[in-house]
Structures are given as C-alpha cells and as structure tokens.
Design a protein around this ligand. Structure first.
Ligand code: CO
Length: 133
C-alpha cells in the first residue's frame, strides 16, 4: 500500500456538508461525481497529499443510506492507494481478509476499487484504489 488516498464520510445532505467541510478545510470541493452503480453522489476535497470524500446516498436502500441508518453520519471508510490492485486483492485474500468484490470495479475519481469487509479489519471498511490508466 502506498498511502492513505482518501477518507470517506457518509453524509445526509451533500450540499450542506460541502459548505461545512469547505469552512473546516479552508478550501472548496474540487469535484462532484455520481457513481450510479453504488447509489452515491460524491464530493472531493484535497488536503495536502490526501483527500476527503463526502458521500450522499441517491437511493433509500443504498449502502450509504444503510450505513447512516445504522450508525448515523460520519467516517465510512479508509481508502489506500495501491499500484497493482489485483495483486493486492490476491495478497489480502491469502491473508484471510474478506473481499466484498472479487473483481476490481469502477469507483469515483477515475479509480479501480475493491472493498474489504469491516468484520475482517477491526470494524473498519477498507477500500483499495488504483488510478485507472
Ligand atoms: Co472511497
């Protein structure tokens, strides 16, 4: 793993959260992007070499809506940048981690992504991401 690429935060109202995080971080969101397959709309902030990803659900039964229902708004996942996502997925699988998708899928911000079940990582949803080239 190269670095923490971003931290994902589940929010109920993306516009309100964007305003708040712009005030918190001192810089505005640089991009909004919908990922229809995941039922989310995302908004990204650059913080030095890392990013904050705000996520709002676009449907009541989506994963972000369910997470907010269970635990309220807040930290949703930590994303690590990797150079070879398939190799990293194979390595983590061999280490006993539970992958939530067997093949890399397209995520926001031009990335291939894979999620690791929080049950296999001390309650933390982990995302692997690799820049699509
Ligand atoms: Co993410």
């Amino acid at each position: 793993m190269i670095r923490i690429e971003h931290i994902g935060i589940a929010v109920k109202d993306l516009t309100k959260a964007e305003e708040l995080y712009a005030r918190l971080l001192g810089s505005a969101s640089y991009k909004r992007e919908e990922v229809a397959s995941e039922g989310v709309i995302t908004s990204f902030f650059q913080v030095g070499p890392n990013k904050i990803e705000l996520l709002e659900s676009t449907r009541p039964d989506g994963p972000i809506a369910k997470a907010i229902e269970k635990r309220g708004e807040g930290m949703h996942h930590i994303a690590f940048e990797v150079t070879d996502i398939k190799a990293e997925m194979a390595r983590l699988k061999a280490e006993g981690f539970t992958l939530l998708n067997e093949e890399p899928k397209r995520g926001a911000d031009n990335k291939w992504v894979c999620f690791i079940h929080p049950k296999s990582a001390n309650g933390v949803l982990v995302e692997l991401c690799q820049e699509v080239r």
